[in-house]
Design a protein around this ligand. Sequence first.
Ligand code: SF4
Length: 224
Amino acid sequence: MNYKEIFDKLEGKLEGFAHLDELARQKQDPFKILISTILSARTRDANTKAATETLFAKYNTPKLIAEADIEEVEELIRKSGFYKVKAARIKEVSKIIQINYDGIVPKNYDELMNLPGVGSKTANCVLVYAFKIPAIPVDTHVHKISNRMGWVKTTKPEQTEAALKKLIPKELWIRLNRIFVKFGQQICLPINPKHEICPIEEICPKDFTMEIKKKSKKKKKKGK
Ligand code: SF4
């Protein structure tokens, strides 16, 4: 099975769309996609969606968010968790986009990476979901699943991104995150993956080395 066949097979088995994919399909403003990606850190899709909608119902431009009262922004995005840190961050990012970019989200990786608190995953998400530019955002699902499937043997998301870029044909990059996020939410779950209904079970080595190593590292740290 080649990569395209694997992607097709996985996609055929999945239901619905992950939050960022949904925003992209609705052709939402890149600014909303950027803010939603920042809000998505360490929380579930449903919480990200709720926080994004509540915030954008009241403040929907970089200028409005930059000028909004921080405590009100905190309240509006509370559902996304870590809301104090996230509120400060999105206000800062909004201000820079308003002042330095005239309210328009930049379309390139380096400029996105220069925004405060924006890392590789967020920058790549914006490229893929807001601008349809080929990139590979590596979140926890992409990192885990790529290791489980034996495509990469990496410990850090940045290593996974670099390894996947060498492995996967560029025309497929744009599909990878959207498929793996859904796949990780529905079948290749972080805990107790559903091998029995997995459409690629027969070709998957089920390599959990990275996760086992990570767990034992955590245990050792706790034991110190
Ligand atoms: S067989 Fe299991 S570990 Fe492998 S991709 Fe499917 S669900 Fe994930």
